[in-house]
Ligand binder design. Structure first.
Ligand SMILES: CC(C)(COP(=O)(O)OP(=O)(O)OC[C@H]1O[C@@H](n2cnc3c(N)ncnc32)[C@H](O)[C@@H]1OP(=O)(O)O)[C@@H](O)C(=O)NCCC(=O)NCCS
Length: 171
């Protein structure tokens, strides 16, 4: 389903039974970013509905032992017929820097292109420097910090990429 994953890793569509498994890794994978408040924010960003109604545009990666190794939760915009959105992505820290995040995004780009989408958007918090570096490296354009983007005190950096300027991985 996803090319270019390191040996021993396998991807599939997300399933509802993955919900507690993904929630269980968030704090460790985000290294406790923004403390208790960050932990609560992250859990609230992934309610069960994403594992029920967005499965066909979301991926879970598992290792040989069936452990969660990475995930990407994304969807096609309901409003903009040219857009798709990556809501949440995470890779097990032991696998960082091995191309897993890039492979997940490439698979998402291919999938949403097949649905006629031209642009992909996502956001991250201003404190998440790794995420900002990663998205910039993948070719996303950053908005810079937007104050109160997600509500009072919830500043965000938005990212967008135009897929028509990026080659598809698969024919
Ligand atoms: C951000 C994250 C998904 C990146 O995943 P990854 O599998 O380590 O990334 P990749 O190995 O595919 O890297 C892709 C490119 O981004 C660059 N990159 C990744 N993390 C980086 C970092 N922390 N600093 C600088 N560049 C980075 C890589 O060097 C690579 O560039 P290259 O292919 O040109 O060499 C991962 O660090 C993560 O899960 N972080 C915690 C959760 C999080 O912050 N998620 C995103 C916000 S919702």
């Amino acid at each position: 389903m996803i090319d270019d994953l390191p040996a021993g890793l396998k991807a599939r569509q997300l399933a509802v039974t993955d919900h507690p498994r993904v929630l269980a890794v968030l704090d460790e994978w985000w290294a406790g970013l923004k403390g208790q408040e960050g932990s609560r924010e992250r859990a609230l960003l992934l309610p069960r509905l994403y594992f029920q109604h967005f499965t066909t545009t979301s991926f879970l990666v598992e290792d040989d032992a069936g452990r969660v190794a990475a995930f990407l939760v994304g969807f096609l915009s309901q409003t903009d017929p040219e857009a798709a959105y990556v809501h949440f992505v995470g890779v097990d820290p032991v696998l960082h820097g091995r191309g897993v995040g890039r492979a997940l995004y490439q698979a998402f780009f291919d999938l949403v292109r097949a649905h006629g989408r031209r642009c992909v958007q996502c956001i991250t918090s201003p404190q998440n420097m790794a995420s900002q570096a990663f998205h910039t490296r993948l070719g996303f354009t950053s908005s810079g910090v937007q104050a109160d983007y997600d509500g009072p005190g919830l500043d965000r950096v938005t990212f967008t990429i135009d897929l028509s300027t990026k080659p598809a991985a698969t024919p």
